[in-house]
Design a protein around this ligand. Structure first.
Ligand SMILES: [Zn+2]
Length: 88
């Protein structure tokens, strides 16, 4: 039982850190829960996707990484953008 609680909180911390870095909360939550401490550490060391080129969804205007193929907000299929926003 303690392990489940530990895994949950490690997953939570990894997920929050991953989310802050512009990645998916649930992916990092899973990593942190499967690999407690290591997953959180990986999230801390993970390079931020915010430095990558971005594009704007033509449907809803959400800014996404250029390699994203389906908008995470409205679900629209995205083609390679005409206009790439410069990395920040
Ligand atoms: Zn969209």
């Amino acid at each position: 039982m303690e392990f489940v609680v530990l895994a949950f909180f490690c997953g939570l911390s990894a997920g929050v850190i991953g989310r802050l870095k512009g990645s998916s909360f649930w992916i990092w939550f899973a990593v942190g829960a499967v690999l407690p401490l290591l997953g959180t550490l990986a999230a801390v060391l993970y390079r931020s996707e915010r430095r990558e080129p971005r594009r704007r969804c033509p449907e809803c205007g959400k800014v996404l990484a250029v390699h994203v193929q389906v908008c995470t907000r409205c679900g629209r299929d995205l083609e390679w953008p005409d206009e790439v926003l410069p990395a920040r």
